[in-house]
Design a protein around this ligand. Structure first.
Ligand SMILES: [Zn+2]
Length: 264
Protein backbone atom coordinates (compact mmCIF):
# COMPACT_ATOMS: atom_id res chain seq x y z
CA UNK A 1 0.00 0.00 0.00
CA UNK A 2 1.50 3.33 -0.95
CA UNK A 3 1.95 5.96 1.76
CA UNK A 4 -0.15 8.34 -0.30
CA UNK A 5 -3.01 5.89 -0.40
CA UNK A 6 -5.79 7.52 1.54
CA UNK A 7 -8.05 5.17 3.38
CA UNK A 8 -11.74 5.70 3.39
CA UNK A 9 -12.38 5.65 7.07
CA UNK A 10 -14.87 6.66 9.68
CA UNK A 11 -15.58 10.33 10.45
CA UNK A 12 -12.83 12.37 12.06
CA UNK A 13 -12.58 12.86 15.75
CA UNK A 14 -9.51 14.67 17.02
CA UNK A 15 -6.55 12.32 16.96
CA UNK A 16 -5.61 13.01 20.55
CA UNK A 17 -9.18 12.59 21.74
CA UNK A 18 -9.43 9.20 20.09
CA UNK A 19 -6.09 8.10 21.50
CA UNK A 20 -7.00 9.12 25.02
CA UNK A 21 -10.37 7.43 24.85
CA UNK A 22 -8.59 4.32 23.59
CA UNK A 23 -6.13 4.42 26.45
CA UNK A 24 -8.80 4.90 29.07
CA UNK A 25 -10.93 2.04 27.91
CA UNK A 26 -8.23 -0.50 27.02
CA UNK A 27 -8.50 -0.33 23.30
CA UNK A 28 -12.22 0.26 22.98
CA UNK A 29 -12.52 3.57 21.17
CA UNK A 30 -15.34 5.93 20.35
CA UNK A 31 -15.29 4.66 16.80
CA UNK A 32 -15.93 1.12 17.90
CA UNK A 33 -19.21 2.20 19.37
CA UNK A 34 -20.47 3.25 15.97
CA UNK A 35 -18.66 0.76 13.74
CA UNK A 36 -18.03 -2.96 14.17
CA UNK A 37 -14.41 -3.60 15.10
CA UNK A 38 -12.03 -4.18 12.20
CA UNK A 39 -8.74 -6.08 11.94
CA UNK A 40 -5.97 -3.68 12.95
CA UNK A 41 -4.14 -4.48 9.70
CA UNK A 42 -6.63 -5.23 6.89
CA UNK A 43 -9.87 -3.91 8.48
CA UNK A 44 -11.73 -7.19 7.96
CA UNK A 45 -14.46 -7.58 10.60
CA UNK A 46 -13.30 -9.10 13.88
CA UNK A 47 -15.13 -9.78 17.13
CA UNK A 48 -12.61 -8.13 19.46
CA UNK A 49 -11.34 -4.60 18.81
CA UNK A 50 -7.57 -4.11 18.65
CA UNK A 51 -6.83 -7.54 17.20
CA UNK A 52 -5.79 -9.15 13.94
CA UNK A 53 -8.17 -11.24 11.84
CA UNK A 54 -7.68 -14.96 11.28
CA UNK A 55 -6.02 -14.42 7.90
CA UNK A 56 -3.54 -11.75 9.12
CA UNK A 57 -2.38 -13.64 12.23
CA UNK A 58 -0.41 -16.37 10.44
CA UNK A 59 1.22 -13.74 8.17
CA UNK A 60 2.87 -11.99 11.11
CA UNK A 61 6.55 -12.87 11.29
CA UNK A 62 7.34 -12.15 14.92
CA UNK A 63 11.01 -11.93 15.82
CA UNK A 64 11.82 -14.37 18.57
CA UNK A 65 14.97 -15.99 19.90
CA UNK A 66 17.40 -17.12 18.67
CA UNK A 67 18.56 -13.66 17.60
CA UNK A 68 21.70 -11.50 17.75
CA UNK A 69 21.94 -10.27 21.33
CA UNK A 70 22.89 -6.80 20.12
CA UNK A 71 21.02 -6.09 16.90
CA UNK A 72 18.05 -8.36 17.65
CA UNK A 73 18.24 -9.79 14.11
CA UNK A 74 16.97 -13.38 13.92
CA UNK A 75 19.31 -16.33 13.49
CA UNK A 76 18.30 -19.39 11.51
CA UNK A 77 20.04 -21.67 14.03
CA UNK A 78 20.43 -21.44 17.77
CA UNK A 79 24.11 -20.75 18.37
CA UNK A 80 23.81 -20.49 22.14
CA UNK A 81 23.10 -17.59 24.47
CA UNK A 82 24.65 -14.16 23.98
CA UNK A 83 25.93 -14.76 20.45
CA UNK A 84 26.39 -11.71 18.22
CA UNK A 85 25.83 -11.57 14.47
CA UNK A 86 28.81 -10.92 12.20
CA UNK A 87 27.19 -7.58 11.32
CA UNK A 88 27.13 -6.52 14.98
CA UNK A 89 30.81 -7.40 15.34
CA UNK A 90 32.01 -5.82 12.08
CA UNK A 91 29.97 -2.63 12.37
CA UNK A 92 28.81 -2.15 15.97
CA UNK A 93 26.00 0.37 16.44
CA UNK A 94 26.12 3.18 19.02
CA UNK A 95 23.20 1.68 20.95
CA UNK A 96 23.54 -1.32 23.26
CA UNK A 97 20.64 -3.51 22.15
CA UNK A 98 17.84 -3.31 19.61
CA UNK A 99 14.60 -5.27 19.78
CA UNK A 100 11.69 -5.44 17.36
CA UNK A 101 8.28 -7.08 17.41
CA UNK A 102 8.24 -8.33 13.83
CA UNK A 103 9.92 -8.27 10.46
CA UNK A 104 8.99 -5.30 8.33
CA UNK A 105 7.54 -6.69 5.12
CA UNK A 106 4.41 -6.50 2.97
CA UNK A 107 1.34 -7.74 4.77
CA UNK A 108 -0.13 -6.94 8.17
CA UNK A 109 3.06 -5.38 9.57
CA UNK A 110 3.47 -2.76 6.85
CA UNK A 111 -0.31 -2.21 6.83
CA UNK A 112 -0.29 -1.37 10.54
CA UNK A 113 2.75 0.89 10.20
CA UNK A 114 1.19 2.79 7.29
CA UNK A 115 -2.23 3.11 8.88
CA UNK A 116 -0.76 4.50 12.08
CA UNK A 117 1.54 6.92 10.29
CA UNK A 118 -0.54 8.17 7.39
CA UNK A 119 -4.21 7.56 8.05
CA UNK A 120 -4.67 9.00 11.48
CA UNK A 121 -5.60 5.66 13.07
CA UNK A 122 -3.90 6.61 16.32
CA UNK A 123 -5.69 3.91 18.31
CA UNK A 124 -3.50 1.34 16.53
CA UNK A 125 -0.67 2.51 18.78
CA UNK A 126 -2.21 0.54 21.65
CA UNK A 127 -1.99 -3.01 20.29
CA UNK A 128 1.33 -2.16 18.60
CA UNK A 129 2.67 -0.75 21.87
CA UNK A 130 1.52 -3.83 23.77
CA UNK A 131 3.60 -6.05 21.48
CA UNK A 132 6.53 -3.65 21.78
CA UNK A 133 6.38 -3.67 25.58
CA UNK A 134 6.66 -7.44 25.45
CA UNK A 135 9.47 -7.52 22.83
CA UNK A 136 11.41 -4.89 24.78
CA UNK A 137 10.64 -6.15 28.30
CA UNK A 138 14.32 -6.73 29.13
CA UNK A 139 15.26 -3.20 27.98
CA UNK A 140 12.73 -1.23 30.03
CA UNK A 141 13.47 -0.81 33.71
CA UNK A 142 11.53 1.27 36.21
CA UNK A 143 14.23 3.94 35.99
CA UNK A 144 14.33 4.01 32.18
CA UNK A 145 13.21 6.97 30.17
CA UNK A 146 11.41 6.15 26.92
CA UNK A 147 12.29 8.64 24.20
CA UNK A 148 10.59 8.67 20.78
CA UNK A 149 12.57 9.46 17.63
CA UNK A 150 11.37 12.99 16.81
CA UNK A 151 9.76 14.35 13.67
CA UNK A 152 10.77 17.74 12.30
CA UNK A 153 8.23 20.38 13.32
CA UNK A 154 7.14 20.89 9.69
CA UNK A 155 6.26 17.24 9.33
CA UNK A 156 4.71 17.21 12.78
CA UNK A 157 2.54 20.10 11.73
CA UNK A 158 1.31 18.42 8.54
CA UNK A 159 0.81 15.02 10.18
CA UNK A 160 -0.39 16.42 13.53
CA UNK A 161 1.18 13.67 15.62
CA UNK A 162 4.43 11.76 15.87
CA UNK A 163 3.76 8.03 15.51
CA UNK A 164 6.89 7.22 17.53
CA UNK A 165 5.59 9.34 20.43
CA UNK A 166 2.22 7.56 20.34
CA UNK A 167 3.99 4.20 20.45
CA UNK A 168 6.18 5.37 23.35
CA UNK A 169 3.10 6.39 25.33
CA UNK A 170 1.37 3.12 24.53
CA UNK A 171 4.42 1.08 25.61
CA UNK A 172 4.47 2.88 28.96
CA UNK A 173 0.88 1.83 29.53
CA UNK A 174 1.95 -1.82 29.51
CA UNK A 175 5.45 -1.46 30.96
CA UNK A 176 5.46 1.58 33.25
CA UNK A 177 8.36 3.96 32.71
CA UNK A 178 8.75 7.66 32.16
CA UNK A 179 8.12 8.91 28.62
CA UNK A 180 9.82 12.13 27.56
CA UNK A 181 8.93 13.47 24.13
CA UNK A 182 10.93 16.67 24.54
CA UNK A 183 14.46 15.31 24.85
CA UNK A 184 15.25 14.87 21.17
CA UNK A 185 14.42 17.20 18.34
CA UNK A 186 15.08 17.41 14.64
CA UNK A 187 16.94 20.56 13.87
CA UNK A 188 16.40 20.26 10.13
CA UNK A 189 14.07 18.23 7.92
CA UNK A 190 15.50 15.01 6.49
CA UNK A 191 14.58 13.10 3.36
CA UNK A 192 12.66 9.84 3.78
CA UNK A 193 15.32 7.15 4.24
CA UNK A 194 13.68 4.80 1.76
CA UNK A 195 15.54 4.64 -1.56
CA UNK A 196 18.77 6.14 -0.21
CA UNK A 197 22.07 4.27 -0.13
CA UNK A 198 23.65 3.41 3.19
CA UNK A 199 26.08 6.34 2.97
CA UNK A 200 23.31 8.73 1.91
CA UNK A 201 21.16 7.60 4.83
CA UNK A 202 23.95 8.31 7.30
CA UNK A 203 24.66 11.79 5.91
CA UNK A 204 20.93 12.53 5.61
CA UNK A 205 20.46 12.23 9.38
CA UNK A 206 23.93 13.36 10.48
CA UNK A 207 23.48 16.18 12.96
CA UNK A 208 19.75 16.45 12.22
CA UNK A 209 18.71 15.00 15.59
CA UNK A 210 19.88 16.78 18.71
CA UNK A 211 19.29 16.75 22.43
CA UNK A 212 17.40 19.87 23.48
CA UNK A 213 19.74 22.06 25.51
CA UNK A 214 17.37 22.24 28.47
CA UNK A 215 16.96 18.42 28.44
CA UNK A 216 20.63 17.56 29.02
CA UNK A 217 20.24 17.54 32.76
CA UNK A 218 17.26 15.21 32.55
CA UNK A 219 19.06 12.46 30.69
CA UNK A 220 22.47 12.62 32.35
CA UNK A 221 23.21 9.11 33.65
CA UNK A 222 19.82 7.74 32.53
CA UNK A 223 19.05 4.54 30.68
CA UNK A 224 17.25 5.54 27.53
CA UNK A 225 14.96 3.36 25.44
CA UNK A 226 14.72 4.98 22.04
CA UNK A 227 11.43 4.18 20.29
CA UNK A 228 10.50 4.27 16.61
CA UNK A 229 7.97 2.54 14.38
CA UNK A 230 10.39 1.00 11.88
CA UNK A 231 14.11 0.35 11.80
CA UNK A 232 15.34 0.23 8.22
CA UNK A 233 19.10 0.70 7.90
CA UNK A 234 19.53 1.81 11.49
CA UNK A 235 21.06 5.15 10.43
CA UNK A 236 18.44 7.24 12.22
CA UNK A 237 18.49 5.25 15.46
CA UNK A 238 22.27 5.16 15.38
CA UNK A 239 22.55 8.94 14.95
CA UNK A 240 19.99 9.54 17.70
CA UNK A 241 21.77 7.08 20.03
CA UNK A 242 25.12 8.79 19.46
CA UNK A 243 23.56 12.16 20.26
CA UNK A 244 21.99 10.85 23.48
CA UNK A 245 25.24 9.23 24.63
CA UNK A 246 27.22 12.39 23.89
CA UNK A 247 24.71 14.34 25.96
CA UNK A 248 25.36 12.07 28.94
CA UNK A 249 22.90 9.16 28.74
CA UNK A 250 24.33 6.10 30.52
CA UNK A 251 23.03 3.67 27.92
CA UNK A 252 20.75 3.67 24.91
CA UNK A 253 18.67 0.72 23.73
CA UNK A 254 16.35 0.73 20.75
CA UNK A 255 12.81 -0.63 20.58
CA UNK A 256 10.86 -0.62 17.31
CA UNK A 257 7.67 -2.19 16.09
CA UNK A 258 9.19 -3.60 12.92
CA UNK A 259 12.61 -3.95 11.43
CA UNK A 260 13.92 -4.79 7.99
CA UNK A 261 15.64 -8.19 8.05
CA UNK A 262 17.84 -9.22 5.17
CA UNK A 263 17.82 -12.98 4.83
CA UNK A 264 21.36 -14.37 4.68
ZN1 LIG B 1 -6.63 -8.79 8.84
Amino acid sequence: MSPQHAEKEAPKISATQRFLVGIRSTGRTLLDLAYPPGCIACREAVTEPGTLCASCWPKMRFIERPYCEKLGTPFTHDLGPGVLSSEAIADPPAYSKARAVARYEDGPVSQMVHRLKYTDRVELALPMGRWMARAGAELIEDSSVIVPVPLHRKRLFSRRFNQAALLAQAIAKYRPAEVDTTILRRTRPTLPQIGLTRAQRASNVQGAIQVAEEARERIAGRKVVLVDDVLTSGATTDAASRTLLRAGAARVDVLVFARVVRDA
